[in-house]
Ligand binder design. Structure first.
Ligand code: ADP
Ligand code: MG
Length: 222
């Protein structure tokens, strides 16, 4: 059967010649629908580069990336953006929220891009605010929130389009241990509801709680 994601000898080089960097040196693996995978490896090993390519934020220099049987690696930027919008939710370490927009508006942003009707936006955002237990913060601005609350907002924004894949790049990296556990419970819950989940992490406990671990070293799987 066809895998959801298939990477075949994916390479990513930054710059050229002597000063160039080989961030990924030819990576191949498959991911099935519903899996929960940890990507581990020390800083600079290529974790973020791999997630960025999986999420269509970046294109590989060489190799083939297929998603549900479609080639992604050669998509032009506008088609890549569409692929991302339709399939991918992305969560990062430092949340990447818009500080001068309220919590509500941060979460609503992906729906406004799609020009969804206001009433429907309202319903969907209220629902997720409740799920994330931050309903009381909907009119607050990100700088007024704790880091755990910020990550809840960022997750809500990432999943409001119901992506099939959730990519999380060190989602607990800026959180204390207990808050990190709460965020992992949320992510695990989304995975249990069927969202294919890939997490880059330094945390051994998080990694060992995933079904599969992909370990990177200098841009290669070890
Ligand atoms: P990790 O997330 O595991 O810390 P990264 O994927 O961020 O690793 O980086 C892998 C390698 O690629 C590092 O050597 C890094 O310096 C390099 N790199 C990442 N992004 C860029 C970029 N935009 N330009 C040049 N080099 C980059
Ligand atoms: Mg990184």
């Amino acid at each position: 059967m066809m895998s959801l994601i298939n990477l075949d000898r994916i390479q990513k080089h930054y710059g050229k010649g002597q000063s160039g960097v080989c961030a990924l040196g030819g990576i191949s693996f498959s991911i099935e629908t519903g899996e929960m995978i940890a990507v581990v490896g020390k800083s600079g090993s290529g974790k973020s580069t791999l997630l960025n390519i999986l999420g269509g934020l970046d294109s590989p220099t060489d190799g083939e990336y297929s998603f549900a049987g479609k080639r992604i690696d050669r998509l032009k930027p506008n088609h890549l953006a569409e692929f991302r919008r339709c399939n991918i939710g992305f969560v990062v370490q430092h949340f990447a929220l818009i500080d001068d927009m309220t919590v509500f508006d941060n979460i609503a942003l992906p729906l406004r891009y799609r020009k969804m009707a206001g009433k429907l936006i309202n319903e969907k955002v209220e629902h997720l605010l409740a799920d994330m237990e931050i309903s009381d913060k909907k009119k607050a601005y990100p700088p007024e929130l704790s880091s755990g609350q910020c990550q809840r907002v960022a997750i809500a924004r990432a999943i409001i389009n119901k992506p099939s894949v959730l990519l999380a790049d060190e989602p607990t990296g800026a959180l204390d241990e207990q808050t990190g556990c709460h965020i992992m419970d949320i992510i695990r819950n989304l995975n249990e509801q069927g969202m294919t989940t890939i997490i880059a992490t330094h945390d051994r406990d998080i990694a060992s709680s995933c079904q599969r671990i992909i370990q990177l070293s200098d841009g290669h799987i070890v």
